[in-house]
Design a protein around this ligand. Sequence first.
Ligand code: GLY
Length: 393
Amino acid sequence: MRNLYSILLLILLCGSCAKNTSFSDIRETIIAKATNQYDYLYDTTSSQLDNKNRFPRTIESDKIRLVYNYDWTSGFYPGSLWYLHALTGDSKWKNRAMQYTKKLDTIQYWKGNHDVGFIIECSYGNAMKVAPSEDFNKIIVQTAKSLSSRFRPGAGIIQSWNSNEKWDCPVIIDNMMNLELLFHATKISGDPKYSDIATSHADNTIKNHYRDDFSSYHVLDYNKETGDIVARNTAQGYADESAWARGQAWGLYGFTVCYRETKDEKYLEQAIKIADFIKNHPQLPEDKVPYWDYDVPKEKETPRDASAASIAASALYELSTFVKDDKEAYLDFADEIMYSLSSSDYLAEIETNKGFLLKHSVGSIPHGVEIDVPLNYADYYFLEALYRSKTLK
Ligand code: GLY
């Protein structure tokens, strides 16, 4: 009987997921599939001769593209290995995660970019949350110091990128994702300066980055002395006034973290409004995996962005534990996204897709790079969402 059940389940999973199962029915099968696929990715990556100190990011010219530790995505692969350890309990994943995490140790001193929060929290931060066998506290706090060097007190924000020919003090919505590391550093050190910087940045992001409909701009150029807004633009979206899909997901995730860490209701309200913007958007496709920008004119070939979907799903699972009314709405929305991402439309068959889990993400259409490809951060947030779905209280 058990065998018959397993066969039936597998048949259902061979094609697009059948609509009469729910995500929790298929979750364990998807975890097993992800585990097998990342075994393949690990073996393929490890056997690449140029692998030393490099991390799989995407596919380019039909090859795995490996990146160095200073790439903004370098923390996601070790982070995914930590989540596989958390999901399976298998020490093999812990050893692999540790191997890749430790390739990142010089990043703690890097002041050249805001992405150190992403890189170190996904790798060392998860090491401490998932399997705290070694003490990486100093690395978290040192990274927070480096990140804090980008805080501009006159404007109350963390500068994302360095000045360039277009912007003097650019802040991108993605920067909300670097705040988790600052909260973590305050918890470790007891020094409130890091969480104060995080809340100042979050407050100014609410004030300046959001439109009345709770969609977000991508890039704001600040006057770093006064905090005045010089320009509101995009770098990766369709237009300055459009809602770039991944940016909406970064904001949703970032404000959910801010609420978790501060319990300040304004962050919960902001996260709920962003979730509602996404959930109710008339251009959100039926399968809940957005096009790369909510405002891009749709044609048959307009790419989806699975990374925006997986980031949002992970955030929604956490958000559903905080909302007071209608928790189910946010939980069901997360499940619907995960159900679609787990179908053969998005989740790759084992030993295809060069070992990455999800197909159909977008890096940056305006830059003409990474269009309709796998991306290591789509996989990372998919695994995190699997973990959150499994352990949700
Ligand atoms: N943080 C860069 C991106 O989302 O593409």
